[in-house]
Design a protein around this ligand. Structure first.
Ligand SMILES: C[S@@+](CC[C@H](N)C(=O)[O-])C[C@H]1O[C@@H](n2cnc3c(N)ncnc32)[C@H](O)[C@@H]1O
Length: 456
């Protein structure tokens, strides 16, 4: 189909090809182009590119499209190291990635949150810009020739898998472990699960790594069926833990299902901030261990811990932030939804001989009032919610608890902004914000924000 120029006021049609110039990058990483004022978000378009894009969705206010040809590349582009759906920003020089992330945090706070007067500190660059991830979740699929492949879903073509034999976001030992298992699956003639027909067997392969301990954990996720356990154990080689999860879930998820430990231990051991921690297969752990230390250091610095402080660590995962701050405050109370993560947090407190922390499994949305009754009002609340941020109700519960200080660790500035605005409305002042680059080569942004009660 030839490119067309859509006349002003006409919404482009799905499947239509457009020639567009990308101006900026939107939150989430898509390029932004304008067609007589009408906004088109273009996947794989970088600022300065002239692209041919195929429209995937067209709404009244905007359209979503995917670049299918770079007609004239942006002068800023650099050559990608490898086809990798998990590293879409690798075509931007690293310095530029940092600038964009810093600017997007500012834009979210000012434009979405209408916040002013805070100090936006320089972004903390990543220590490693490649091979930094301690957890990768790969998907199985069938290649064009029907061969079993393992990699990531192709952007815009969910059913297609981009095969990765060397994932540049994983360490070399973690890649080698994945390859051993994939080769074995191929040798066994095991078919990939097909989400359209719901036939086949192999779904995902999750490889986790203790970056400091060198431990590897491999978890094969399949549909219910038969597996030569001994064969897989031999093929996986020297890993600290090997698990098999069977699930009949309709969704593309590695959570849930029935897990069986085939070899080694169930928990992965890691060291962080001078502490030893154990991590359950189902528990969240920051995917960039080196940068998690920087992030936690910053959160603790923002918390300005004092020996008399009572601190809440909400959305505490395996307890890392609470355990690291505990030696500098009177007491810490941690709350987290996933029970296995709380079991880890309790075990990690014991392992590190920290005795002024209490961890509870519960939903922050429901358990806050009970926590305040039990623990007493907090001096400082640290929150580290998922990408969706805090609901307005959770923000209200935090306001009710009247902490002097709130340290907000955010993996999404577009949800931090309205949460911070609600807190400012209730009498808090947004003092400082600092982005931390945990995810080089991707559009994901992490930052830490400090809010303090206006009346002290
Ligand atoms: C971004 S992680 C942060 C974990 C931890 N602070 C860390 O640094 O490893 C968010 C955590 O919130 C938990 N979570 C999600 N929804 C929750 C809820 N409604 N109540 C309590 N915890 C929740 C998740 O299980 C996850 O462990």
């Amino acid at each position: 189909m030839e490119p067309v120029s859509t006349p002003a006021g006409r919404r482009p049609a799905r499947g239509e090809h457009l020639e567009l110039t990308i101006d900026t990058l939107a939150f989430g990483g898509a390029g932004v182009a304008r067609l007589d004022g009408y906004v088109v978000f273009v996947q794989d378009g970088m600022p300065g590119d002239r692209v041919r894009a195929e429209v995937q969705k067209a709404k009244r206010a905007y359209a979503q499209a995917r670049a299918i040809e770079i007609v004239e590349p942006s002068p800023d582009r650099v050559a990608p190291r490898a086809a990798h759906p998990g590293a879409p920003w690798q075509v931007l020089p690293y310095e530029r990635q940092l600038q964009v992330k810093h600017a997007q945090v500012e834009e979210a706070l000012r434009r979405i949150g209408r916040l002013e007067g805070f100090e936006l500190e320089p972004i903390v660059p990543a220590v490693e810009t490649w091979r930094y991830r301690n957890k990768l979740e790969y998907s199985f699929g069938a290649g064009a020739d029907g061969r079993l492949v393992c990699g990531f879903h192709a952007p815009g073509h969910w059913e297609e898998i981009v095969e990765l034999t060397d994932c540049l976001l994983a360490s070399e030992p973690a890649n080698a472990a994945r390859e051993r298992v994939v080769q074995w699956c191929r040798g066994q003639g095991l078919p990939a699960f097909d989400r359209r027909t719901r036939e086949g067997f192999l779904r995902n392969l999750v490889v986790r790594e203790g970056r400091r301990t060198g431990e590897l954990q491999v978890r094969l996720v399949t549909s219910p069926g038969q597996l030569d356990r001994e064969g897989l154990i031999a093929a996986a080689g020297p890993v600290a833990g090997l698990l098999w999860t069977q699930t009949d879930s309709v969704a593309e998820t590695t959570q849930g299902g029935q897990s069986e430990l085939l070899a080694g231990g169930e928990h992965l051991e890691e060291e962080i901030g001078g502490m030893q921690v154990r991590i359950a297969p189902n528990a969240f752990f920051q995917t960039n261990s080196e940068m998690a230390e920087r992030l936690y250091g910053l959160a603790i610095d923002y918390a300005q811990p004092a020996g008399t402080d009572r601190v809440y660590d909400l959305y505490c995962g395996i307890g890392t932030i609470g355990l690291l701050i505990a030696p500098r405050v009177a007491e810490v109370w941690g709350l987290e939804l996933v029970e296995e993560a709380i079991a880890d947090a309790i075990a990690n407190a014991r392992l590190n001989e920290v005795d002024n922390v209490q961890f509870f499994a519960g939903d922050v949305r429901l358990a806050m009032r009970e926590l305040v009754q039990r623990a007493g009002r907090p001096d400082t609340v640290v929150v580290d919610p998922p990408r969706s941020g805090l609901s307005q109700k959770v923000v209200r519960r935090i306001i009710e608890a009247e902490p002097h200080r709130i340290v907000y660790v955010s993996c999404n500035p577009t949800t931090l902004a309205p949460n911070a605005a609600q807190l400012v409305e209730a009498g808090y002042v947004l003092r400082r914000v600092r982005p931390v680059d945990m995810f080089p080569q991707t559009p994901h942004i992490e930052c830490v924000a400090l809010l303090e009660r206006r009346d002290g």
